[in-house]
Design a protein around this ligand. Sequence first.
Ligand SMILES: Nc1ncnc2c1ncn2[C@@H]1O[C@H](COP(=O)(O)OP(=O)(O)OP(=O)(O)O)[C@@H](O)[C@H]1O
Length: 493
Amino acid sequence: MASIPPSIPQNATRVLVVDDEPGLRQVLHIAFHRQGYEVVVAPGARAAIEAIRQNPQPFPLVLTDLVMPDGSGIEVLTAAKARSNATEVIVMTAHSTVESALDAMRHGAYDFVTKPFSPAELTALAAKALEKSSIVAENQRLRAQLERLDLPSREPLGTSAAMQRIAELIAKIAPTRTTVLLTGESGTGKERVARAIHDQSDRAARPFLVVNCGALPEALMESELFGHEKGSFTGAGARSMGLFREADGGTLLLDEIGELPAALQVKLLRVLQERKVRPVGAAAEIAVDVRVLAATNRDVEAEVRQGRFRQDLYYRLNVIRIELPPLRERPGDISRLAERFLRRFAAELGKDVRGLTTDAVRALDAYSFPGNVRELENMMERAVALAGGPTIGLGDLPSAVAGLSASPAPLLAQLPPEGCALDEVIGEVERRLILQALERTGGVRKAAAKLLGVSFRSLRYRLAKHALAADGEGDDDPEGGSRRESSPPGALE
Ligand SMILES: Nc1ncnc2c1ncn2[C@@H]1O[C@H](COP(=O)(O)OP(=O)(O)OP(=O)(O)O)[C@@H](O)[C@H]1O
């Protein structure tokens, strides 16, 4: 086990010395202690890795032998880097072949020294490595602070019951490492939810990276994800880390996961199981500590049934499922989000726009938003840019939306001079009343049916007619109808 000397100042810089030779450990302990460092010594690779993982704070500096009876210095180096990118590692080697030194450098060592060396030589090198470590740590701290100052993902996701349930689920799962599958139509906020999970986790100070799995051909995608060695394939220039290693300690969102080529699905599954990546052209695997989130707007279950998506990978990703409802099924969120976007764009564009007219709100509420929140956001940006006065009116909205301003209530009682399409009007009234009832009952269809004065069977028929699905919890379906949930059975809720 690593031993921690008792009499050292609380705030001294902690250095981990790893060597199987007791004599060298002692010499380095004395040399570094004299320089005011707190020294932790480990007699082998296993004890060192244990100390790296258990120490309350990451060590800023690790000095490690390369070849030890119970493991290699590269393993110590990998464990140290996995714990914190700000840890610098100096490798001490008696086996100074160009090969082993280069290998250590490839794995991110700060430098290496060849035995025998003088303690003064090593303490001088250590001081430089520590300088670098403190700069990296400071940058990480500042980046985290900056992100917290302006974190749109900390704004509430929405006031609808559905979004509040999702916010509660995020708060529950954020501190865990569980894989999450985010599904929902394009623009519903899957990436935003992924960002919120990251920001609310203890990985918030580490990177949050997003990759579109369908954006590149298979060979390039493999290197994008897992990295490559220099010249490992035609066109492979300098060595690349790959997104998994760049996101080390943080979160990686695999967007459009349904488009991941079949061969990479197998490799991804292995990475998720082993928590190690093998860069293209590399002989060895490298440990990574990344939380993986995946998103898709495809029907993944159908893709699995049709053999286009591996079932084992699907199960591995679908540990927790968050299904983002379309904006049109979240009445209440539309006007709140519209107001929020309006304030943001007014500030950004330096315009004195303060709100929406009642007609404009009514038109937005009646619109179906095929592009979901993204469409609303773009619409508000355009409206604020065009606005001639302090409020957004119908004239500032696209004609497809402005045309929906007439509220269904007067339509029920009053036939417009130009006549109307009766079935459409009635259908729209029905759709909106059903949505409101579901909203009020938290998605419980039996209660919604009661509120609407219809039988459960009749409500179910109408839901199907309007292609609506209730997403509430505790829907006590007396007729055994199917229920769509915001998370699958077994999900952490
Ligand atoms: N609840 C929300 N509050 C504020 N803005 C939101 C919300 N949900 C989504 N947005 C905004 O809408 C836009 C689209 O969201 P996002 O990219 O997360 O959707 P997506 O489901 O990942 O889309 P795609 O499937 O096309 O990748 C973004 O600009 C995002 O900031």
